[in-house]
Design a protein around this ligand. Structure first.
Ligand SMILES: *Cc1c(COP(=O)(O)O)cnc(C)c1O
Length: 383
């Protein structure tokens, strides 16, 4: 065996011993709800397609028409020839929804965070991140080469203490957090975070991957409770409720202009396929036209948490925390035997000792299937 293969096999053996080895399972998504896996048909509670728009017939037609008109791929970076005519409309729509001056679209949410943060923070600067922030916020923070510190989850006092201690030592400070936390489904206290950041002349960046389309009337986490919190850096993805692919930042005109000039993941990566951009525009149309539909995923999640005796859902994401990796895998298998796909989430995606089923609710999940799932979770998994 070569040293390379020995290295890889050693790492794999270790993961297997710790029940942390993962495999890619072929999954055929038939529509927004049903999937086929290992020859079985399962109702999925594990997709982030909260509004089932990836399978919406009108949106699929729009994507197909974009392929006909503009081609399957974009051909180059947006800064060279990849900036096809659909981008301007999508960016204007995103800025309008988030009530910012401008927006810029990236190849994905991960690329957005990996690109934005190093433009705004450098070697002498400080990034303060909620400890449960998404992995790609940390990736961006570390790429900045600045100092990275975490504050306890949603803990304003801890953040204040860190700002009080460290603010003066750095020219710029960026505070980053998920708007809706991806593995826990709870919301960040954005109004308080924004006020605190302002107080210390720090800049708040929210990652609204799981907010756009489903909370705050579809506008996302800075619009929850019929208010508008003017978070200066609002990042998100087009790959969840929007049902397509891509990432974005909504911010002031100068910030967006700077990002377009300096974000390496924008400059050195090919533009999105036109079909993704077209599908995103059509999806945003639908989200704006039908706020009642956009409210359904959270309503369904709430119906589930009430019946399962869990803390009330704040978003379409509901964690069923089990703790041990093996028991979590067993719970996922139990639900699969009952016809449900409920993916197990293990460390390092979540903190050790908090392995869980991460359930996601979508607009089209039938109420009776949700009730049965809640009963199974209450009586056979958490009992
Ligand atoms: C999924 C996710 C991302 C990454 O977005 P992609 O478009 O899938 O790359 C970023 N942040 C959070 C919080 C996410 O859940």
């Amino acid at each position: 065996m070569s040293s390379l293969d020995q290295f890889a096999q050693g790492k794999i053996d270790d993961l297997k011993r710790r029940h942390l080895h993962r495999q890619l399972t072929e999954t055929l998504r038939e529509d927004g709800i049903w999937v086929e896996r290992d020859g079985r048909r399962l109702m999925s509670f594990s997709c982030n397609d909260y509004l089932n728009l990836s399978q919406h017939p009108v949106i699929k037609q729009v994507a197909l028409a974009a392929v006909e008109t503009y081609g399957a791929g974009s051909g180059a970076s947006r800064l060279v020839t990849g900036n096809h005519p659909l981008y301007a409309e999508l960016e204007a729509r995103l800025a309008a929804i988030k009530q910012t001056e401008a927006a810029v679209v990236f190849g994905s949410g991960y690329l957005a965070n990996a690109g934005i943060i190093p433009v705004l923070a450098g070697r002498d600067d400080l990034v303060l991140a909620d400890e449960l922030s998404h992995a790609c916020l940390f990736a961006g923070a570390h790429l900045s080469r600045g100092k990275v510190l975490t504050f306890r989850h949603n803990d304003l006092d801890h953040l204040r203490a860190l700002l009080a201690e460290h603010r003066v030592a750095h020219p710029h400070v960026l505070v980053v957090t998920d708007g809706v936390f991806s593995m826990d489904g709870d919301l960040a206290p954005l109004a308080e975070l924004n006020a605190l950041a302002d107080e210390y002349d720090a800049w708040l960046m929210s990652d609204d991957a799981h907010g756009l389309g489903v909370v705050g009337g579809g506008r996302g986490s800075s619009f929850v409770g019929n208010t508008h919190i003017p978070v200066p850096l609002q990042m998100g993805t087009l790959s969840k409720a929007v049902g397509a692919y891509g990432g974005y930042l909504c911010a002031s005109a100068p910030v967006i202009d700077l990002i377009r000039n300096r974000a390496r993941t924008l400059i050195y990566s090919t533009g999105l396929p036109p079909s993704c951009v077209a599908a995103s525009i059509a999806a945003l149309d639908l989200i704006e036209r039908e706020p009642g539909y956009a409210a359904l995923p959270v309503q369904k999640a709430l119906a589930f948490t009430r019946r399962a005796n869990l803390p009330e859902a704040q978003s379409p994401i509901v964690p069923v925390i089990i703790g041990a990796e093996e028991a979590t895998m067993a719970a996922s298998k139990l639900l699969a035997d009952e016809g449900y796909l409920a993916a197990a989430i293990r460390p390092p995606t979540v903190v050790a000792g908090t392995a869980r089923l991460r359930l996601t609710f979508t607009a089209q999940h039938p109420d009776d299937a949700i009730e049965r799932l809640a009963d199974l979770v209450r009586e056979r998994i958490l009992a």
